[in-house]
Design a protein around this ligand. Sequence first.
Ligand SMILES: [Zn+2]
Length: 265
Amino acid sequence: MKRRPFCRIDRDGCIACGGRVFERRSVISDALASAWGLSARERAEFDEREGQACAACQMSKRVRMLLWSIRKLFPSASSLRVLHCNQVNGLSPWLRTLGQVTETCYRPELALGAKAGELVNEDICQLSFGSHSFDLAIHSETLEHVFDFNQALREVERVLRPGGVQVYTVPLLHGRATRQRMEREADGRVLQLLARSFHGSEGEFPVVWEFGHDFFAQRSTHIVELHYDLYWRNRTVFSVVERKKAVADREPVDSRVFSQPKERE
Ligand SMILES: [Zn+2]
């Protein structure tokens, strides 16, 4: 895993539009700060991550971080097949410059794979796309709402071509271990382990996971790069890059059993 601690996304102005004025809004409510158990510093860090938007184009620092990572990985791409899960605010026009973009939403009342306007209704844990359909997948602030986030990451990996990457963000606190607020039983029943918590407004998708430092350990064999804005100043502003291994990179297969290395489905 490679860390690049000091990329400084705003050094030359807003990475999206070049704007030099950034708004400062408090977006973490007292109720959320209390439920999440944020220290004053952690709350200020999340306020900066979500509330320090470019005054000209309104892109948040979190999304500017994501865009920085995408540009770093694909400085001159124009023919990528891109999967954009759950429409990250303001990112769509930039992804379209990279190639063909498929955008998804998640609306439980619709059939999976159904069109919802320009979007496709998709459950990130069971995508309707064929394997090896995309070169790049983007998701942001989705995994904390998914019961089996490792399955979501596996499923996105499945639809990537070998060597393809997924770039994503999660809200994470480095100073503590992951905490689970909800659990789904084998029979589908949902258990509320801690009080219901929402990152947006009440009634949106509730928080299942409050990620902590162990998230990186869990994903360590998949993460190839971690990009931070300024690690020491605000450790919540980062994006994660996971790469799907090419066939040649996979574990050697016992040739007495298989004549060809098998692609995992
Ligand atoms: Zn801007």
